[in-house]
Ligand binder design. Structure first.
Ligand code: G3H
Ligand code: ZN
Length: 286
């Protein structure tokens, strides 16, 4: 069933494990991710970025897709339907449409404005029993061809955002969206410790693709309860699809049929998600 994230992530923080949050782009992504959760009998969060929402034809369609897929696949584990990195308008729209969780990402606004808008989104969302994620500091990533580390979350600012009642909090701790550069020095565990010591809100690790397993697990043991993974599923899908085509399988019989052509990539996504669920230590639901 589709549920909000409150209890799932609060329990994760208390239990020192994490629940994975995986981005979807289409039917195959949705089915592949849900299949891994059902196989492992663990809760999962599926999320659409604003770009994916636009690509798929709107947030209402995304929500319907997930709801109907959950139903048709007979998914029984808890599924959270989340907006990833939403601006103020997108967060409001997803609250209207009926997502069970939204991220309002105001990290690029002046801090006071991020705080005010986070408060507004929390009030709107909580009135409808919808969970909220906010962001402090910034997640690194590529800009003008250069991969930056982002800005580490300031502990005092993070405390103020946490005090708005957000259900989970994304903090910059040296994590980066997309591929990590070869000279990346790792997560800033000293900052994570300062944040986790002061804040009981479940913390979110963005840019989960390409962080070594031991660092992810250390971060989880310290207070990270939600790990976002996107790029790794994309790379796995592309790799499996390339192998299929390079092996000439699309030219054998009806190998060009999209239901065959997309199958190896879809399976590769399920494999990655299943492995990450294991890394994160997500316990089975009873
Ligand atoms: O919000 C989405 C995630 O932070 C994904 O990051 O593509 O580096 O795994 P990633
Ligand atoms: Zn992110």
């Amino acid at each position: 069933s589709i549920v909000n994230g409150n209890e799932i992530f609060a329990a994760a923080r208390k239990g020192h494990y994490a629940v994975g949050a995986f981005n979807i782009n289409n039917l195959e992504w949705t089915r592949s991710i849900l299949a891994a959760a059902q196989e492992t009998n663990t809760p999962i969060l599926v999320q659409t970025s604003m770009g994916a929402g636009k690509y798929m034809g709107g947030y209402e369609l995304c929500l319907n897709l997930v709801q109907q897929t959950v139903k048709s696949m007979g998914i029984t584990v808890p599924v959270v339907m989340h907006l990833d990195h939403g601006n103020y308008e997108a967060a409001k729209e997803c609250i209207e449409v009926g997502y069970t969780s939204v991220m309002f990402d105001g990290h690029d606004l002046p801090f006071e404005e991020n705080l005010e808008k986070t408060k507004e989104i929390v009030a709107l969302a909580h009135a409808k029993n919808i969970s909220v994620e906010a962001e402090v500091g910034s997640i690194g990533g590529e800009e003008d061809g250069i991969i930056g580390e982002g800005e580490l979350a300031d502990v005092e600012e993070a405390k103020k955002i946490a005090a708005t009642g957000v259900d989970y909090l994304a903090c910059g701790i040296g994590n980066i969206h997309g591929k990590y550069p070869a000279n990346w020095t790792g997560l800033h565990f000293d900052r994570l410790k300062e944040l986790a010591d002061e804040i009981s809100t479940p913390l979110v690790l963005h840019g989960g693709s390409g962080i070594p397993k031991d660092q992810i697990q250390k971060a989880i043991s310290m207070g990270v309860s939600k790990v976002n993974v996107n790029t790794e599923c994309q790379l796995a899908f592309a790799d499996a699809t390339r192998k299929y085509i390079e092996a000439g399988k699309d030219l054998e019989g009806k190998g060009y049929d999209p239901r065959k052509l997309l199958a190896p990539g879809a399976k590769a996504i399920t494999d990655i998600v299943r492995e990450r669920i294991d890394w994160f230590g997500t316990p089975s639901v009873k």
